[in-house]
Each structure stands twice: as C-alpha cells, then as structure tokens.
Design a binder for this molecule. Structure first.
Ligand code: DP6
Length: 395
C-alpha cells in the first residue's frame, strides 16, 4: 500500500464478494438505519467469478470526496453513501482519540468496478457497499465490527462482509447496534456445494428492491406473517442444515423461502413481479429433475429479478448444467455460455429428457456463471491493482 504520511497520502485497494440469500431479507422497520423486519441467511459467492474492487485514496490535497463507479463519476451526496462515509469516519475518530488524525481531516477519492456486468442484475449493491466500507476502514485503520456500517449502505451488503455462510440477525434495538452479520460456517465447511447462476435475458427491472419492499411492508399481510411466524423457525433449521451439510434440507428450505418471498411480492398492492416466464420454466425444470432423480439434488433461488441461482453438489453439477443447456439452448454466436469453474461434459439419457418433457426454449438463458462459496472481503496487496493514479484520478 503506497502510504506517505508526510505528504498526507494513503491508498488501498480491496475486493468484496456478492452474496445470495437462501432465507430472504424483505422489508425494513427503519428506512434510514436499514433495519430489517426479519433475520436472513446467505451464501457468499467466490470472488474469482463475482466481485467488486474498490480503491480508496485519502489525501490532504483532495478538495472534496469523489466517487467513480464502473468508469463514471457518481453523486457522492447520495444519503446511503454519506451514511457509510460518516460512520467509518466516526469509528476512526473513536479509535484514534489519542490525537493521531490518520487522515481524518482528508477527503477521499473512491473508484470502484465490478468484474461482472452490472446490467446482469446480480447483487451488485451488496458487493459494492461491502467493498466501500471495508476499503474506507482499511485506509483509516479502523478494525472490528463493520457489518453495521455496510448495512447502512444496503441491507444485504452487511452479509457480504463475511465469507461462507452468513446470518444477518435482525436485532431488537432502535439504534441498530445489534442488527449485525455473523459467519455461521466458513466456505471450507462445505466444499462440495456448487452454485450455478443462470443469467436470464431480460430488460432492466421495473421496481427496485428498496421501493418494492417498502410497498410490501405497507400492504402485504403475508409479509407480516412470514416475518413473525415463518422466518424465525426457518433460520434455526437452515443454520442446522448448513452446519451438518444436509443438502436435502438446505435445498428444500431455500426453494420454499424464495417462493414465499415472491408470494409476498404478489401479495403486495399493487403487486410486484420479479420472476418472468423463463424463471418459472426453470422452477418447473428443477422440480421435474428432482422428481426424476427421486431426491432433491438441485435447488433454485430468485432475488428481485428473473435470474436463477441454482445450488447443487459437486457430483450433480455436470448433469444439471447439461440439463440447463438442453432445455435452454444458448445462442450460437460464439459467446461463452459457461463462465467460471469448468464443468466436464456429460451425455443426458433419453429417459431423463423424456421425464423432464419440456420444449427447449432457445436463448432463454444468456449464460451461466459457476462459482463455489467463497471468502469475505480482502486487501489486494499488489500495487498495480489500484484503480486510481497517484494523482487520485481514475486510471
Ligand atoms: C431480494 O439489500 O438490495 O436480494 O436494503 O434497500 O438496499 P436495500 O435492499 P437490498 O435488498 C435485497 C433483497 C433480496 C433478498 C436478500 O438479499 O436477502
């Protein structure tokens, strides 16, 4: 990390992962502090396939805080960005109360990029805010519990502060100090677990999660029932399933919870639709495949968009990938259909194809990303990885 205290210049580059909730967060009890109406649990995806990288420079010579996202300068006065900047500076002030200013009076230049297309509708705000908070904390020498800060950027971002399997406990306090993320198990606890992100061709979503969940809280009685009576039990069952590597239970809970989340969207008034025809075909495909196999080998989960996240085990990955490519044949324009960990080809039996019995839908899926579960945010030690030049402007 190039650090020159005499010149009052300090720069750090970090990366942070995307996470996919298997028990969904949907609904806030406090909009400003981003406090949820229920706890949630997620799987952190490996950063080799999906990550945000952020460089933060802090210098006496900068006149104002500035931020560039994916090559474009953005408005730094956005309230959620301001919350994160304010909270990390407050923690730094507390930590350096002995008088060491450690760049506290200096302004930040922040530059952030994703290694996946933002338009793909993957959880980019979670990785983005987690990376921002982690990098700001590193540049100011702040350590300790940072998920409460990331939460104030975007709720789901607090879970991207850890690797593996992560729970976000809703907490009870009004100040949100007990609404934190914690690791339930590291990714190494379940190395056989595999993920396939099926990127569904679609236009940009019509209703963002922030406003969608706001309307759900105001109008859906099913959401209230879910938060109070369903999620607490599911959280306990899910934590047990993850610790025991009980795939059948993990998979069933994951699918039921995704379905209930989308049911609350339909129960919202006016209703919010995130699944499209391709998503619903994928749901059918998974159930038909599992039924044919006589056991639950594959699970799906959908967030606020039509992309499917498939969970399966190493031993079934190749076959299900083939199933996906057979019933959603890719466009043959030479574009890579599989991005991520390699998957060896297998031949599907006629019996399996007949049992599934669906008409193939050409181009329904644009491409498939295949990660595993992965670790949390980290510092990128290699200086050439910085996204800002020594003058503090993007490269
Ligand atoms: C469906 O974290 O994007 O992905 O807190 O308003 O920024 P804000 O919402 P966000 O919501 C994510 C909702 C979800 C489910 C989940 O990730 O738990």
């Amino acid at each position: 990390m190039p650090e020159d205290k005499a010149l009052g210049f300090n720069m750090v580059t970090c990366s942070a992962p995307v996470n996919i909730a298997v028990i969904k967060y949907w609904g806030k009890r406090d909009e400003e502090l981003i406090l949820p109406i229920n706890s949630s649990l997620s799987v952190t995806l490996h950063q080799d396939q999906l990550r945000t990288t952020t460089t933060v420079a802090c210098s006496r010579s900068f006149e104002e805080d500035r931020i560039w996202l994916n090559g474009r300068e953005e408005d730094i006065t956005l309230p959620r960005l301001q919350s994160c900047l304010r909270e990390v500076r407050r923690l730094a002030r507390k930590r350096h109360s002995d008088g060491d200013p450690a760049g506290l009076s200096h302004k930040f230049h922040i530059c952030s990029v994703n290694n996946f297309p933002t338009a793909a509708g993957l959880a980019s705000s979670a990785a983005g805010y987690a990376c921002l908070v982690y990098s700001l904390a590193r540049v100011l020498g702040v350590e300790g519990e940072l998920s409460v800060v990331a939460r104030q950027g975007s709720g789901s971002a607090c879970r991207s502060m850890y690797g593996g399997f992560v729970q976000w406990t809703m907490g009870q306090r009004e100040d949100g100090k007990d609404s934190i993320a914690q690791q339930v198990a590291p990714e190494t606890n379940w190395p056989e677990l595999r993920v396939l992100v099926l990127v569904v061709s679609a236009e940009r979503k019509l209703v963002g999660s922030t406003s969608g969940m706001q309307t759900s809280v105001e109008t859906s009685s099913l959401l209230k029932h879910r938060a109070e009576c369903v999620v607490p039990g599911r959280m306990e069952q899910m934590i047990r399933a993850v610790k025991k590597r009980d795939f059948a239970t993990f998979a069933e809970l994951t699918m039921k919870d995704s379905n209930q989340f989308h049911a609350t969207c339909l129960d919202t008034y006016p209703p919010v639709f995130y699944l499209n025809d391709v998503s619903r075909r994928i749901i059918n495909l998974v159930h038909r495949y599992n039924r044919h196999c006589g056991e639950t080998r594959v699970a799906y989960s959908f967030d606020a968009g039509p992309n499917a996240v498939i969970f399966t085990l190493q031993e079934h990955t190749a076959e299900f990938f083939q199933v996906g490519g057979t019933f959603f044949p890719p466009e043959t324009n030479g574009e890579q259909f599989l991005k991520g960990l390699p998957i060896t080809g297998v031949t599907l039996s006629e019996e399996l194809k007949e049992a599934i019995g669906m008409e193939p839908l050409v181009k329904g899926i644009s491409y498939i990303i295949s990660p595993k579960a992965g670790p949390g945010p980290c510092v990128m030690e290699d200086p050439p990885q910085h996204l800002l030049c020594p003058d503090g402007l993007p490269k």
